[in-house]
Design a protein around this ligand. Structure first.
Ligand code: GAL
Length: 996
């Protein structure tokens, strides 16, 4: 293999912002000047190393007929069925030696060639520019055999002036893309490495005297409501006069000269905000070109500890978002992205951090239009240097200064017109250093209208906003003391990996209590699983290692609130419920409505109420709530309700959209609140209480109790015609990724009573659970007592070589066709580890397909994730009761079950009714696989064929926490060994027919 030091390919390792006929960075503009879309079919050839690329390929006469075809935009590793390499995933670490600026000899290099015909009139005047919106990681470009530039900065726009190389008629464009370059060292974001030309390639005809750059700064004075439009143009002197028009505002101005900026008073204007994204269309035109800008008037300020927009403090209900699609990688699909953003809006998200690079430009158009506060982040991350103590970090190496500055220029200039952008972020996890300082200085000078963000600056040298990731609430509160007078955000929190994050509500309460805390951004929106298939054709979403990478970070790339295929996880509903901008609080004294929107009163909402008894509506209506202005609250009386009927009474109030909006239909529920109104006991029953039946030995050595059968150990075998196996107590749940990964310390190792911080570092919960043998408990029957009123068993559960155990007593009774189980669990002394769950496990026939229940729902809920849950009657397919996470793990738990009914074609209905014990009822999980099966599989397709439906009645479950990247389950939500009990009735009903 030729050495990378060969002079011809030295540019790959050059530390340079880019070279050749680069055009100065400028705004992404909607212009009427002609463009030629160069996307579509290109010829393609992949070489295993840069030095092997065919030198003749840049020659316009080169015969590429033997090459393959590829579509642009795309990533070649997602094309070619593996012939062109595979994606590779690493988080922090570099997949090549840390030897900057050098890269491995094995540097996959893809030559892309295409021919195009220049529109005939383009050479009559003006310039021709060639635009690249994104290619990874470096591209050398030839047009008609002339080298026109080297494009660097994978997620940044670059335009090259090719006027002198383009020719009338046919043209040949060649782009040689190298997967690795010196730039890979500053593009170490936590994501797949996906080489290729993945954003558009466009040819632009720039008119002489055109409006090359336009910046409209649309300010609005919050005190007077008057707007000022400051117009800054970059164009030659002969481009003047330039007209600026906004018919809606009656604005009509003519700019006669090239003053640095023209400030136009536009009179009273409506503000732009994420809640009310009011845009005005402004047309900037001269004789040569017309540019249309959708602008929004708003003022962003940092005043003391307040980050204000339009004079009001922000509350960021945000999410980190990558450009990602499970089939196309980072190729942007506007309709799909729009759908995803509507889903965000419908879940009360109001902010996006473009982690960790400027997104496709259309994302920002959508954010302007739909309403999102955006932190636009630069394409910069050098995290892998941390593994070597940050030695040689480019952030503090003067050789890299121009690269850093160029990246800041290209982000700010491209995106500066967007009202949605409320801060510029220097990048992510790049340590500290003078180059970051230089970026911040340049950005502040260029755009004093937006603050600068950078999380890794813990000494506040470069930033206007203090930012942290995955800090505990205690650490955040501490920051309000150590950084007084500064606004604070969590740019990443509540890591959405697998089942979790729990504890969102604790953050929200902390933000509420400390005005300097302006909210945060969930990590992250979507799993980055890549759709692929096993050798036998079974489709699945791949994560690190699935493409045969030897060096990777596994499933850490799947940590979204929506799965790779876009399916929302339960966390999305939980987040929506926790951060709702409309807080409805129900109390005996009345209802309080708190409008925490940035903008807009509650006049768009209908406050419907429903009174339910045992989950069935008995009355409903609409509350008369006068419109509440943003930032205000009001109260209204509760409706008059007839509380006489026997049963459990609940009042539910929903705030729903009265009319459709651009992001949701009429009737969309923004928030739900509930008030328990108590339980009315039924009067004395006329029916005589049936006497319990005796347990009697059966011929097979077991026992019969009414229609229930037990084996010799007292384990349930059947109820009537139904095989219902087990009923034993288990402590095991399939570890969630928050249970099994431990990036931060644990509360568990510290004294739960005293711990207020994060606790101490230590093994993950799953490691500790396994060490304690909770996945291999052995039963020892202590007593089995068949008696006149039922069967009682008492057994110990303990692990090999463990002195700790639990004592389980189960009392089975049969009366009036019903099997009752009372269960008591007592831990021995000496436990030093939490328990995942205390569950009664029953295996039922696989044919059960539908579940309906009265309890909490509709989604799953856990001790630290229950705000979205309400009490009511729900139904769902068994398949939909658990979540197909990228890695199989515990899911689907629903607390406080009252009644559950399972139905399946040809099977008798099976129902469970619970009675509270000391005020508590068990929760339940219904799943097609057992906790042990989930534990053993690394992907959903590795789960064995389902042999039955597993019902877990959980006397208790451990919380979820966020420890895969963040704090553990908080002490108050942890399941420390304690006595628990439950009382349940099982009933087997009639056989369901064809309708199941
Ligand atoms: C952060 C990082 C993100 C992501 C996250 C964990 O440190 O900024 O890019 O890696 O952790 O999923």
């Amino acid at each position: 293999m030729p050495a990378t030091a060969s002079p011809d390919i030295a540019y790959i390792e050059e530390i340079s912002p880019g070279s050749g006929r680069r055009v100065a960075p400028r705004a992404h503009l909607d212009s009427d000047s002609p463009v030629l879309d160069l996307c579509g079919d290109w010829r393609f050839r992949l070489y295993p190393s840069a030095g092997e690329a065919d030198a003749a390929a840049s020659d316009p006469g080169f015969d590429d007929s033997g090459w393959d075809a590829i579509d642009v935009p795309s990533h070649w590793v997602l094309r070619g069925d593996g012939r062109w390499g595979r994606p590779a995933y690493t988080n922090v670490k570099y997949p090549f030696p840390l030897d900057p600026p050098h890269v491995p000899d094995a540097n996959p290099t893809g030559d892309h060639r295409r021919r195009f015909v220049l529109p005939p009139d383009w050479l009559a005047g003006g310039r021709v520019w060639l635009r690249f919106d994104g290619l990874e990681s470096l591209g050398r470009v030839w047009l008609n055999g002339h080298e026109v530039g080297v494009v660097r900065g994978s997620r940044l726009r670059q335009e090259l002036d090719v006027t002198d190389q383009v020719r009338a008629g046919g043209n040949v464009l060649v782009v040689r893309v190298h997967q690795w370059s010196a730039m890979s060292y500053v593009e170490d974001q936590d994501q797949w490495w996906l080489p290729g030309i993945f954003r558009e390639v466009t040819l632009l005809h720039r008119p002489d005297a055109g409006l090359d750059d336009v910046w409209l700064r649309a300010d609005r004075d919050p005190a007077t409501g008057r707007g000022t439009l400051t117009v800054e143009l970059s164009c030659p002197p002969e481009a003047y006069p330039v007209r600026v028009r906004c018919p809606e505002l009656g604005l009509e101005a003519e700019l006669r000269d090239a003053a640095a900026a023209h400030a136009l008073d536009v009179g009273p204007v409506e503000p732009w905000s994420a809640d009310v994204p009011r845009l005005y269309e402004v047309v900037v035109a001269n004789a040569a070109e017309t540019v249309t800008v959708r602008t929004g008037f708003r003022r962003v300020e940092v005043v003391g500890d307040a980050w204000l927009v339009n004079g009001r403090r922000l509350r960021l209900r945000g999410v980190n978002r990558h450009d990602f699609d499970p089939i196309e990688g980072r190729v942007f699909d506007a309709p799909k992205v729009r759908e995803a953003m509507l889903l965000m809006k419908r879940h009360n998200l109001n902010a996006i951090r473009t982690s960790h690079y400027p997104p496709h430009p259309v994302l920002l158009d959508l954010a302007d239009e739909l309403g999102f506060w955006v932190i636009d982040e630069c394409d910069l991350e050098t995290h892998g240097f941390e593994t070597n103590g940050w030695v040689g970090n480019p952030s503090d190496d003067p050789d890299w200064r121009e690269v850093y500055l160029d990246r800041a220029h290209r982000m700010v200039e491209r995106d500066k017109n967007h009202p949605c952008i409320i801060a510029w972020s220097l990048g992510n996890e790049s340590g500290q250093g003078g180059n970051l300082a230089a970026m911040a200085t340049w950005i502040r000078r260029r755009d004093p209208g937006r603050p600068v963000h950078y999380e890794n600056d813990h000494t506040d040298r470069y930033v206007d906003v203090v930012s942290r990731m995955y800090a505990t609430v205690e650490e955040l509160v501490e920051l309000t003391r150590t950084r007084p007078g500064r606004p604070i955000i969590e740019c990443e929190y509540v890591h959405a990996m697998g089942n979790g994050a729990g504890g969102i509500a604790t953050y929200e309460a902390t933000f509420d209590a400390h005005p300097a805390l302006h909210g945060g951004f969930v990590w992250e929106w979507r799993d980055h699983g890549i759709l692929t298939a096993t050798a036998d054709g079974t489709p699945f979403h791949a994560y690190g290692g699935d493409f045969g990478e030897v060096f990777h970070d596994g499933s850490f790339v799947c940590d979204g609130m929506v799965l790779a295929d876009g399916t929302p996880t339960p966390m999305l509903a939980e987040y929506a419920a926790v951060v709702t901008p409309i807080k409805v609080v129900l109390a005996a004294e009345g209802v309080t409505v708190d409008n925490r929107r940035h903008d807009g009163d509650t006049g768009d909402l209908t406050f419907g109420w429903v009174h339910e008894v045992d989950g069935r509506a008995v009355a409903s209506g609409v509350l008369a709530v006068p419109p509440v202005a943003a930032g205000d609250s009001t109260s209204a009386p509760l409706p008059t309700l007839d509380r006489g009927a026997a049963g459990e009474h609940w009042l539910t109030v929903t705030a729903a959209l009265a009319d459709r909006t651009p992001w949701a239909p009429a009737g969309h529920v923004v928030t739900t609140a509930q008030l328990p109104l108590g339980v009315v006991e039924p009067g004395a029953s006329a029916a005589p209480v049936a006497a319990p039946e005796p347990a009697v030995p059966s011929d097979d050595g077991g026992y019969a109790l009414g229609e229930a059968r037990f084996d010799r150990w007292g384990r349930l075998l059947s109820v009537g015609p139904l095989p219902a196996l087990g009923g034993e107590v288990t402590l095991w749940r399939a570890p969630t990724e928050n249970d099994s990964l431990a990036t931060r310390g644990s509360y568990e190792l510290a004294d739960p009573a005293e711990t207020m911080g994060l606790g101490v570092d230590g093994p993950s919960s799953a490691e500790r659970w396994r060490e304690a043998g909770l996945d291999r408990l052995q039963p020892r029957l202590v007593a089995l007592v068949p008696g006149p009123d039922g069967l009682t068993t008492r057994y110990l559960l303990a692990a090999a070589n463990s002195a700790q155990h639990l004592t389980v007593e189960q009392r089975w009774r049969w009366s009036a066709g019903t099997l009752q189980l009372d269960v008591d669990v007592q831990p021995s002394a000496g436990w030093t580890v939490t328990w995942p769950r205390v569950g009664v496990h029953l295996r039922l026939p696989a044919g059960y397909a539908e579940a309906s229940w009265f309890g909490t729902g509709p989604g799953e809920n856990y001790a630290d994730s229950r705000v979205a849950a309400r009490v009511g009657r729900f139904s769902a397919a068994v398949d939909d009761l658990t979540v197909r996470y990228a890695v199989p793990q515990e899911s689907g738990h629903r607390e406080a079950l009252r009644e559950l009914r399972l139905a399946g074609q040809g099977l008798p209905s099976f129902s469970v009714t619970t009675t509270p014990v000391a005020g508590a009822r068990p929760g339940f999980v219904v799943a097609r696989h057992s906790a042990e099966e989930w534990t053993a599989a690394r992907h959903p397709h590795e789960l064995p064929r389902s042999h039955g439906v597993h019902l877990y009645l959980d006397l208790a479950q451990h919380g979820l926490g966020s420890r895969s990247c963040g704090p553990d389950v908080r002490p108050e939500h942890a399941l420390w060994p304690r006595p628990v009990a439950a009382s349940v009735l099982f009933r087997v009903g009639h056989v369901d027919r064809a309708d199941g």
